[in-house]
Design a protein. Sequence first.
Lengths: 322, 322
Amino acid sequence: MTRLAIALGGNALIRRGEPGSTEVQRRNLVAAARGLVTLVEGSRAEIVVTHGNGPQVGFRAIGAEMAASVVPAPPLDVLGAETQGQIGYLLANALDAAFLERGKHRDIAVVVTRTVVAQDDPAFQNPTKPVGPMYDEETAREHARTRGWNIAQDANGWRRVVPSPRPIRIVEARAIRTLVESGVLVVASGGGGVPVIECPEGHFEGSEAVIDKDLAAVVLARSVDADGLLLLSDVDAVYRRWGTPRQEAILRLSVEEALEGLALGAWPAGSMAPKVRACAEFIQGGGRFAAIGAMENAVAIVKGSSGTWFGGESVGLPRRAA
Amino acid sequence: MTRLAIALGGNALIRRGEPGSTEVQRRNLVAAARGLVTLVEGSRAEIVVTHGNGPQVGFRAIGAEMAASVVPAPPLDVLGAETQGQIGYLLANALDAAFLERGKHRDIAVVVTRTVVAQDDPAFQNPTKPVGPMYDEETAREHARTRGWNIAQDANGWRRVVPSPRPIRIVEARAIRTLVESGVLVVASGGGGVPVIECPEGHFEGSEAVIDKDLAAVVLARSVDADGLLLLSDVDAVYRRWGTPRQEAILRLSVEEALEGLALGAWPAGSMAPKVRACAEFIQGGGRFAAIGAMENAVAIVKGSSGTWFGGESVGLPRRAA
């Protein structure tokens, strides 16, 4: 049976500009879950699902700062774990309902996941990922002084920036694999997993960092021996000449073309570049195929008629009887 | 092999009066995790662990209200799911470290758990569990009017009160059991699990309620066919004549004595009574033994030399070689 690892963009669950309310997430998750269920039912693929948490952990960090005078703000690793509970729970409810609409049932389990990163990852020397509230310069500098934060200015103001180290392995890999092999639809590595450093003594310590969820999805896919990796978001394909009048969706990318484009800076560093890198790395590591596309096109992507493909043939999702 | 379901009190992770900081939880979890690992290593028992979330969800609800002008406050089911991520993650790190101190390793997995409750549970007509911030009467009445909350006054002020329906079954039961049987130490049903109602169409909807974690622990114990149920908190035993000069720890309670005491109101409704009820129900449902005691006495409780026992003999934890 084909096994797919599927990553859902956090921005597809709370879209840009939407408020961080539970109602918004519930509504967006209905569509996402229906897409996933159509994929599972049509392809008979086993799937393991992961998801981003960018907007969610951002809202959580803003809320934690606002309440900090009464409830101490948790560190970023703990906020990440909280969003895994939050999004995973809502996604599980949405998946149950979507299977039921088709008269089906699948066991679903959300596993709170820790992702190991290296203490000597160069990202720790160069924090670049903005998280949490926007500050004026004075407040930002005060947080830098009193809390040891790294801060940086962008177009709209000052924010905390944290490292984004490379994911190495998943602490819960064996448990996740056991569940997948027994037929459970697993949701794992939410937000890329909570980043933990393996200490010289062998135990894990949470790290105030964020992990790119698409690179983490590669590690998850390998942990369960997935054939394919699907990175689904609110963007329908990888483009050449993106943002120019001559922009054009790319239907198929070889690993060589992908690596060349990455070296040339062909795609934005914060969004499409890590997705392209993730797909290339998955294929290089022995994965059969990978694809990037829009969440609502999930079925067409697996058929090979939407999104950008890396590696082998499409799964050849059988057409449903009319 | 003996299989134990162990419930840790949320108040043992953040003690009364302690701030709701991550540092406090980390510190308290070191002791809890060492106790659990001593138990596992000494008894060779398989364990599945659950935990309360009273203080944690309380702090989370207070923080969510303080930030509500910018980040919409999530409903109580979502807050419960968040605390499962938070506490489960910190507990997993603490357990890893405690095993490592003894040169051991165990796979640990935290499963975000949903607990089914009945839509017609009488608790929904009579909400009694206070959650979240304390209000003055005027503000409380406004929340009641505008948000449909039930409110109640206690010694210190007005608070929202929510139902505490009986747990019926765990949605993730098969996944949890699969993990336990493959040797994974599972943390599940945190905070009693997120309460969900099974709708007539068969899907689940979150419920703004809280589930007693000790009664939920009985459901968890049954789901994994546990031999024993240990309810560990900051209280060292069940007492007779509690709070009087003649108070006395009870070493052993039969199911009949427990039910009689419950009928007579011998124990406080919010704390010891549900624990005694949980143990009695576990034995009535075919469980071999149950016990109530202090977290730091976990090993002595299993030996039968601390806490209050229900049902059969102690596990007879072998003494460690000197």
